[in-house]
Write a protein of this length. Structure first.
Length: 404
């Protein structure tokens, strides 16, 4: 009697802990070998937690679940399968026998855990927690099995639908990357709707952990220096256009690359297979910023409005903007298209020309004279480049000397 009372108290305590847990990651379950598994190991993953059975009218859902798993597992999706024999004793046999059945008939690859109870005094603390987060969501009464389940349970308990208990096999819970239980699906729920919710949650980036001793900004990226690239193109009527792009740079000895969303410039590059590149400087920062603000779709003559002029390149079908003192003439190598109409563009530099006013005594380009600006993405400002601080491939030789 005392032993039974002790066990009952322990189970009640586990249920209480599960119900008051602040996070699903505080809980643990048993794997198919009876070993403890901390759910914290799934932090950052999108989870679908389901109680299953092998002799149920819904058992063919194993095939749909495996299809979901194979489709989305690479994006951080996991299915946690908990066989349960509480509903019509439709999950008989050991966990090893259940696993053998599922692999032989449905070739499941997702993780199966030890058999559990999902209701009652011996229920898993995990399902106590899940039910506390999401109550019964209702059977689909247009589904034949859903209607049968509703009639059967209504006879047993007229208010069954007002209680959070698990009603039948293949009840599913969707858990976000940060451990929030956001949806509950009854076994009659359409798998397509589950997939739509899953896609939304997978589109949310995985949370990152803070680095101790530093201020952490998460996924925000500040890469410097970011050149303020001025891309000049022609449209079908040979009207020149210029836009500013920050997300780009040199990607080889004679190649430049940059990312564009859907712009007039993107369309022009597709059409002409060519463009020129210049760089915003301290002398023309107002005009260059204007080119980044205004679209040629709205202001076709924006180059002229800024007081700039264009000359056709003798090498490619693209304009050279005369007021920019350094220009790269580029032929399109490839465009990796985005679904939203943008693209990652790679161009080959055919020729580089410079105004003599920015050359040094040796006839080389002097950035100190050009005074190009960079885009400071940390504060949305422009900063100037120009002062020489050291010789490349030379400043580090002091450490070679020290080594000897």
């Amino acid at each position: 009697m005392k032993k039974r009372l002790f066990i009952t108290c322990c189970l009640a305590m586990l249920c209480m802990l599960a119900a008051t847990a602040q996070s699903i990651y505080q809980l643990k379950v048993k794997d198919d070998a009876g070993q403890d598994v901390q759910l914290a190991q799934y932090e950052g993953k999108v989870l679908l937690i389901v109680n299953t059975a092998t002799r149920c009218g819904f058992t063919p859902q194993y095939k749909e679940l495996e299809a979901l798993y194979e489709k989305y597992r690479a994006q951080g999706f996991e299915i946690l399968d908990f066989p349960c024999n509480q509903f019509g004793e439709q999950a008989p046999g050991s966990i090893q026998e259940i696993h053998q059945f599922c692999t032989a008939n449905f070739d499941i690859q997702f993780t199966q855990f030890d058999k559990i109870d999902v209701n009652g005094p011996d229920e898993s603390p995990l399902f106590t927690y899940l039910k506390a987060q999401q109550g019964f969501s209702g059977f689909d009464l247009n589904d034949r099995l859903g209607k049968l389940l509703d009639e059967m349970m209504r006879k047993q308990d007229a208010d069954y639908d007002k209680k959070p208990s698990i009603k039948w096999n293949f009840t599913k819970f969707l858990v976000t990357r940060d451990g929030q239980v956001v949806r509950r699906y009854e076994p009659t729920h359409d798998i397509a709707a589950i997939e739509a919710d899953l896609q939304r949650e997978l589109s949310v980036p995985e949370p990152v952990k803070n680095v101790a001793g530093r201020k952490n900004f998460g996924r925000r990226a500040v890469i410097t220096p970011l050149p303020a690239i001025m891309i000049a193109t022609y449209d079908a009527s040979q009207t020149p256009d210029v836009m500013m792009a920050a997300w780009g740079g040199q990607c080889g000895p004679r190649h430049i690359c940059f990312n564009l969303s859907a712009h007039k410039t993107t369309d022009n590059i597709r059409l002409k297979k060519a463009f020129t590149i210049s760089f915003a400087t301290t002398d023309d920062i107002a005009q260059s910023d204007y080119f980044g603000i205004v679209s040629a779709n709205d202001v076709p003559d924006k180059v002229a409005r800024a007081g700039f002029t264009a000359t056709k390149s003798p090498n490619i079908d693209a304009p050279i903007i005369n007021e920019y003192k350094l220009t790269l003439e580029c032929r399109l190598v490839k465009m990796d298209e985005d679904a939203d109409g943008g693209a990652r563009v790679v161009g080959e530099v055919i020729n580089m020309s410079a105004d003599e006013s920015i050359l040094d005594a040796n006839g080389q380009i002097d950035l100190g004279k050009l005074q190009p600006v960079i885009f400071d993405s940390s504060n949305n400002t422009y900063r100037v480049v120009g002062k020489k601080v050291a010789d490349a491939w030379g400043a580090g030789k002091v450490y070679e000397d020290n080594a000897h």
